[in-house]
Design a protein around this ligand. Structure first.
Ligand SMILES: [Zn+2]
Length: 148
């Protein structure tokens, strides 16, 4: 009995050790299913309409109340993050939603960029934001050829 117990303890220890050694979160490439390496910090999303909060389980009354108090509600379990995939051979921005310790990985819709503060728009994003237009002016670029 006690021997059996020791064995279980040992197994448990080994599992914990493995878990500690692997710092990687379980975030996989949606195309290849392989681990993704994070290459940016997290940029948390905000909800600024009642509908966005209701979609996350907040009652419509509470959603309106929250948004009356502050313009945007930070979402602690949703963020944008750039990842490198060895198979894709490129850096891609993904929207991550954490649900019960499971990470949902999806592509980033254009309108979501506007919910995030501090994100520099990725090069391949076709929408020209106010931010990039300001940057273009500030940097003195004259044509789209200079600014990709
Ligand atoms: Zn990939």
């Amino acid at each position: 009995m006690s021997v059996q117990q020791d064995k279980e303890d040992e197994l448990q220890r080994r599992c914990n050790r493995n878990r500690k050694r692997s710092q990687r979160r379980k975030i996989y490439c949606p195309i290849h299913g392989c681990y993704l390496d994070s290459v940016s910090k997290k940029f948390y999303l905000y909800a600024d309409t009642p509908g966005q909060l209701q979609a996350r389980g907040v009652s419509s009354r509470n959603a309106r109340m929250l948004l009356a108090q502050q313009q945007a509600i930070p979402l602690s379990d949703e963020w944008l993050e750039a990842f490198w995939c060895q198979e894709c051979h490129q850096k891609t921005w993904y929207r991550i939603r954490k649900r019960n310790h499971i990470y949902e990985v999806s592509s980033v819709p254009a309108e979501i960029w506007q919910q995030v503060t501090g994100v520099i728009y990725p090069d391949h994003n076709p929408s020209v934001s106010e931010f990039t237009q300001r940057q273009v002016k500030k940097l003195g670029y004259h044509t789209g050829k200079d600014f990709r």
